[in-house]
Design a binder for this molecule. Structure first.
Ligand code: NIG
Ligand code: FE
Length: 417
């Protein structure tokens, strides 16, 4: 990681990659603290960062190099939304109204609503319709500086519809300048046709759906909803086992509504992350620490479900478990398309510091994403994914609620927004 203070000279080789000098920017360092930060220059060569150092000391541009003077603007790595259910049919606003009238999320799920109602809508939608609906949400995220995103399946719960969702996710990454990582979440809920046969459904997820979708190149990681209204520990473990045996990284929706111990189980499988974690206990935190996992916090779901049981932020902090933030964009518990708003909510609801929120949508989100090239860090040799902000202080990124502050988005060295 470069602090922006130490010039790191890298071979600016004579290759044909386009070279750009980005002058006079202020890099928000990891663990940012309020205070002045001296100006830096950055040189990108093609897709990557070739040089970062003190302003005015960059290698002189040669003919053909482009120069952009950023006039002292604050720059962060491109934002990363590391947990989304972006692709889904329809919406569940009526269910929201029911919850406002007193029904609980779990009541609605047990009565055949909840995730399963989005399954009906997603099965009914054709691929182009799903793509168009998801594109709107993706563009909202991108407008705030998102350059990489995780997209889960899990509203199909049959092979054809899970495939359709993952294909849409891949198409989104081709249609827009954004890195998409797909996660197979076949074990999101029990489909109605398997009522009373959860073990049979898990067998199908592990033995039929996962292998087929992986063979089609549609799966980058595997997730499971380990919960009373999702799958129990033994069923969750079968999914983790199947994924791990196939060489796929795993993650888990864990301890969202109750403490089942899914996090410790996920840790045994070297999971990238455990996500939600409202009910996580200290044993789970220690397991995460030992396994090097990221805690993905989803304040949008906490807020939208009017949850009152806070995730154990103090324990995560004390034991040094990195915390990421994501939108959890989904129709049931977090119809959110603003990662900046999630930063605000994480600070107000979960009492994160601004520095933790900034790290949570950059380097820690990258570690939860598990995409080898997406680091959430600006340093020589890394991909040139960054955002130029119209703010006087980086704290404004967690402060405004809805004001667009993104001036420029650069992905792989190209201006894309
Ligand atoms: O991350 N917790 C499980 N899955 C989603 C909710 C899905 C839904 O209600 O549609 C979540 O909150
Ligand atoms: Fe989720």
């Amino acid at each position: 990681m470069s602090s922006g203070q130490t010039p790191c000279v890298n071979a600016l080789d004579a290759g044909s990659a386009r070279r750009v000098l980005w002058k006079n920017l202020r890099l928000v360092p990891p663990g940012w603290q309020a205070g002045p930060v001296p100006a830096s220059d950055m040189v990108t060569e093609g897709r990557r960062i070739a040089w970062i150092g003190t302003a005015g000391q960059a290698p002189a541009p040669v003919a053909g190099d482009a120069t952009h003077d950023l006039q002292g603007a604050w720059v962060t790595p491109g934002l990363i939304d590391c947990h989304t259910h972006l692709v889904h049919g329809g919406q569940r606003a009526d269910e929201f109204a029911l919850r406002l009238a007193g029904a609980s999320y779990e009541d609605i799920a047990r009565q055949g609503g909840g995730i399963v109602s989005s399954v009906r809508a997603t099965r009914a939608a054709d691929e182009d319709a799903l793509f168009e609906q998801a594109l709107v949400r993706l563009d909202a995220l991108r407008a705030e500086g998102v350059t990489a995103i995780e997209i889960k399946s899990g509203y199909g719960l049959d092979l054809a519809t899970e495939r359709k969702m993952l294909r849409v996710a891949r198409r989104l990454g081709q249609a827009r300048p954004v890195t998409v990582r797909t996660t197979f979440l076949g074990a999101h809920a029990l489909p109605p046709e398997y009522a009373g046969r959860a073990d049979d459904y898990i067998a199908r997820v592990c033995d039929v759906m996962l292998p087929a979708l992986q063979d089609e190149g549609l799966v980058d990681a595997v997730d499971v909803f380990c919960e009373g209204i999702g799958f129990n520990l033994a069923q969750s473990e079968r999914v983790l086992q199947a994924a791990t045996q196939r060489g796929l990284p795993v993650k888990m929706h864990a301890e969202q509504l109750s403490l089942l111990g899914g996090t410790a189980l996920a840790a045994r499988y070297g999971a990238l992350s455990a996500d939600h974690l409202e009910w996580l206990d200290e044993a789970g935190v220690l397991a995460m620490r030992q396994a090097g996992m990221v805690a993905v916090l989803l304040p949008g779901a906490y807020y939208f479900l009017r949850d009152t049981h806070l995730p154990p932020i103090g324990l995560l902090r004390r034991h040094g478990v990195p915390m990421a933030l994501a939108t959890d964009c989904n129709p049931g518990t977090s119809p959110a398309t603003s990662l900046l708003l999630m930063m605000n909510m994480a600070c107000t609801l979960f009492k994160l510091t601004v520095a933790e929120a900034l790290d949570g949508v950059t380097r820690h989100a990258a570690d939860a994403l598990g995409a080898p090239d997406v680091t959430g860090r600006l340093a020589v040799g890394h991909l040139a994914d960054f955002v130029v902000w119209d703010v006087d202080s980086p704290a404004e990124l967690a402060y405004w609620m809805g004001l667009p502050r993104c001036r420029r988005v650069v992905r792989h060295g190209e201006i894309v927004g």
